[in-house]
Design a protein around this ligand. Sequence first.
Ligand SMILES: *[C@@H]1O[C@H](CO)[C@@H](O)[C@H](O)[C@H]1NC(C)=O
Ligand SMILES: *[C@@H]1O[C@H](CO)[C@@H](O)[C@H](O)[C@H]1NC(C)=O
Ligand SMILES: *[C@@H]1O[C@H](CO)[C@@H](O)[C@H](O)[C@H]1NC(C)=O
Ligand SMILES: *[C@@H]1O[C@H](CO)[C@@H](O)[C@H](O)[C@H]1NC(C)=O
Length: 387
Amino acid sequence: MEALRFKWANLILMLSLAMLPDLSTSLSACNFPAIFNFGDSNSDTGGLSAAFGQAPPPNGETYFHGPAGRFSDGRLMIDFIAERLGLPHLSAYLDSVGSNYSHGANFATAGSTIRPQNTTMAQSGYSPVSLDVQLVEYSDFLKRSQIFRRQGGGVFEKLLPKEDYFGRALYTFDIGQNDLTSGFKLNMTVEQVKAYVPDLITQFSNTLKGVYDQGGRSFWVHNTGPLGCLPYVLDRFLITAAQVDKFGCGAPFNEVAQYFNRQLKDAVDTLRKDLPEASITYVDVYSVKHKLIAQAKKFGFQRPLVACCGHGGKYNYNRYRKCGATMIVKGKEILIAESCKDPSVRVNWDGAHYTEAANKWVIEQIVNGSYSNPPIPLGMSCNRIEH
Ligand SMILES: *[C@@H]1O[C@H](CO)[C@@H](O)[C@H](O)[C@H]1NC(C)=O
Ligand SMILES: *[C@@H]1O[C@H](CO)[C@@H](O)[C@H](O)[C@H]1NC(C)=O
Ligand SMILES: *[C@@H]1O[C@H](CO)[C@@H](O)[C@H](O)[C@H]1NC(C)=O
Ligand SMILES: *[C@@H]1O[C@H](CO)[C@@H](O)[C@H](O)[C@H]1NC(C)=O
């Protein structure tokens, strides 16, 4: 039965890929006027930094030449998505200095989870801005931005989105990874973590529905990456030799990520049926990132399991001396966890996040829709495909 289902899935995929050229020419370009993003550090452009302190240098060094609210040496996938759509980089909703929300807002913060955590940030490191909070922020932004725009005349017209942008915008989601590690941090087994995945998926679906109910129509959903290949996971959790796969990754962690992704994909299929005017694209970021890590050399990258910015050890990752950590030596502050020489050939930036070069590579793979379901390009993802 399982094998039969698998063959059907392959057949359908092959058929839909074969149909792609026709599909693309018959679909219209979307001209998204705005992006609203929900997520964690993979797409945080300044939220956590605004509330809890800047991501320290050398974060941001490659592209922004200084800290820019991002946990990377440069741009994140969400920045490249904005660029591809001809839109400015997104300001973080929580950032009250220098922000411009005329073409969208970013509700993601580093450390965000789908479910609110029962621990404080000081205890567990997870952000209090979980996905339910991000939805509240979005609702508030939607209502209040229009009150201020309607007052007219002033600077707000140049800083806030037009009313019709909310229905025409692209809503992007990249969240779930931290929910999975949170269980492992509490010493849960793989089975125990898997047991709460349905709850994560339900809460995720409810949030997407919440956005739809307020007028959102186009959704772009990233699945979660291969967390077992992240230096911080490899360093932080007890992984026996038997659990390390042929790529050097922690197999149980990748198994859980894929378990989550399968359920997320099913949930997206259900949402497509439940929400008659929604176009929802599920993007298999896991496979792209895994391909990059597994065949790094082929794609011009090096040492995919070792952090570029860190403080020694097998994975150049030390949880007490993370990227940007400093020490006072003879009254002078010196950087003790610094960047490698050339981040442009590295996959992993700081143990938990990808370099700008890796983010760019991943985006190049996914924009044309070849890792998406349905398989349509980013710029056409407002088109609803009837299955
Ligand atoms: C927090 O506690 C509540 C009540 O016991 C529970 O329903 C919820 O699942 C817990 N959340 C997490 C993330 O463990
Ligand atoms: C905000 O950004 C938009 C688009 O880049 C620009 O047209 C607008 O003038 C900016 N607003 C302000 C107040 O600078
Ligand atoms: C998890 O296990 C480790 C090692 O046995 C222990 O030090 C730690 O306190 C445990 N953490 C929790 C939250 O139970
Ligand atoms: C999508 O883009 C990637 C990267 O440029 C390329 O390798 C792939 O063949 C493209 N796929 C399709 C279906 O056009």
